[in-house]
Design a protein around this ligand. Structure first.
Ligand code: ATP
Ligand code: MG
Length: 452
């Protein structure tokens, strides 16, 4: 308490490293030891009895402080990777440039990282770390002290170290206070830190959405100017970050946060077009809400389904344009799918492994219109029926197709044989035999769109 008052009086600022952290006893941080994963506890204990330090660090400490359940537990230590590996029989070294150790207990893996330096300049002297012409750090692989390790982290709330043996939190940058005030604040000079690693801008948006935190003004301010630096980041890393945001359980808030900060251009380049169209907006909103709800219920959310929804408004637009230009509906849809996937590959780089499922879901959509004869039965048996049906419901919810169509399919699934027979529509569906469709559109070779 006294320490906190002193810090209030003398200001919050601490040098990047060099000075000691604030040590908070349990009464002040409130973290219960039994909230810590057993495996992580054991790792810290083993490190401790071998004469090393071992702390639970990063997201887990932050989440526990906020009363949330951590996704995973990371441990930071002053032992070198080689020393850590020797202490745990079931462990292995990972990574080439900067080695970390994976320690396995049961089915769990704990990531153990040796304290690292490099997050921040430590003095005003010439900074010798290699950067590119925009200030991006090109290497980040030097062991350091615990204070260095704290200073290289991104936000104050992510630089907290929990010592399970003493039940103390080591707080270098007033992260606990920021947690309480629900403020996301960058460690060090925000502009420099974004230049070192522009992905931190996306992380700011993600944490603000996930935690429902306000972004501190000084932390937010440089983003508008620096957002274009994301263009220099490898596409795969942007994709990973996009996925984390979309699967954070707060995708809806996250996407709006990205847009508000002007960060979506590099990540979801067509978001503006989608959101400016009322049907597109309703569709994406419904899709993101469903994803968030699934995650809240601990159900799996498929990235392919999610990216399929994000790209659908474009597919739809292109499909209609091709049809209007005289293309037949089915080939027009396949052409549109390929056009959209090609175009996004340069921007967001959704890995090709998701293409197959996205295409199947899209290609099945017109088949929901066909409600006569054997067709509905065949569709029900399709391995992607469930995902495609969920997708149809989003289309119905956004007003793109009739609500009645979604309802029909809901009832059709639940109905018994007699009821199903009574539901079939003799007049609707495709005109008999004219289209000579040879293959189920859901199959893998769908993507090879036939020319007109
Ligand atoms: P989540 O709950 O989403 O996993 P997290 O805080 O654990 O959140 P991670 O991406 O798992 O986030 O990273 C672990 C820790 O590593 C962070 O808490 C932060 O201290 C540090 N860190 C990760 N990425 C960066 C970065 N780009 N710059 C600086 N520090 C980072
Ligand atoms: Mg984490």
């Amino acid at each position: 308490m006294i320490r906190r008052i002193i810090s209030k009086v003398f200001g919050r600022k601490r040098p990047a490293s060099g000075s000691g952290p604030r040590l908070l006893p349990r009464a002040e941080h409130g973290i219960q030891k039994d909230g810590i994963d057993e495996c992580a506890l054991k790792v810290c204990e083993t490190l401790g009895s071998a004469g090393f330090k071992g702390y639970v660090v990063g997201g887990a400490v932050r989440d526990l402080l906020l009363g949330m359940t951590p996704k995973d537990f990371d441990v930071a230590t002053d032992a070198t990777p080689e020393q850590v590996r020797k202490l745990f029989r079931r462990s292995r070294l990972i990574g080439r440039r900067f080695q970390i150790v994976h320690v396995m207990c049961g089915r769990e893996t704990i990531e153990v990282t040796t304290f690292r330096a490099n997050g921040q300049k430590e003095s005003e002297e010439e900074d010798e770390r290699p950067t590119d012409e925009h200030g991006r750090l090109l290497s980040d692989n030097v062991f350091g002290s615990m204070a260095d390790d704290a200073a290289r982290r991104d936000f104050t709330i992510n630089a907290l170290y929990y010592d399970p043996l003493r039940e103390e939190v080591h707080d270098y940058f007033d992260g606990v206070a920021d947690c309480k005030r629900r403020v996301l604040r960058m460690i060090g000079d925000p502009e420099t830190r974004y230049r070192e690693d522009p992905v931190r801008m996306l992380r700011a948006a993600r944490f603000a959405a996930k935690l429902d935190f306000r972004i501190d003004e000084a932390t937010r301010a440089p983003v508008a100017k620096l957002a274009p630096l994301l263009a220099n980041i490898p596409r795969a890393r942007i994709f990973d970050e996009a996925l984390k945001l979309l699967l954070s359980g707060h995708a809806l808030r996250g996407v709006h946060q990205l847009r508000a900060e002007g960060l979506h251009h590099g990540m979801l380049p067509l978001l503006d077009t989608i959101l400016d169209d009322p049907t597109g907006e309703r569709f994406i909103t419904a899709a993101l809400k469903t994803t968030d709800a699934r995650i809240a219920q601990d159900k799996p959310a498929s990235p392919a389904f999610l990216f399929g929804t994000l790209l659908w408004p474009q597919v739809l637009q292109r499909w209609h344009a091709l049809e209007a230009a005289g293309e037949k509906p089915q080939p027009a849809l396949f052409l549109a799918m390929d056009d959209v996937l090609d175009a996004q590959r340069h921007q967001l780089a959704i890995p090709r492994r998701y293409d197959g499922m996205m295409k199947e879901i899209w290609a099945l959509q017109p088949r929901f219109e066909q409600r006569g004869g054997q067709r509905p039965y065949r569709l029900l048996e399709h391995p992607r029926f469930r995902a495609a049906y969920d997708f149809l419901l989003l289309r119905a919810e956004s007003g793109e197709v009739d609500v009645e169509l979604g309802d029909w399919w809901t009832r059709f699934q639940e109905a018994d044989e007699d009821e199903r027979a009574g539901m079939l529509m003799t007049d609707s569906g495709p005109k008999p035999r004219r289209k000579r469709r040879r293959r189920k559109p859901g199959e893998a070779s769908d993507g090879e769109a036939q020319p007109a």
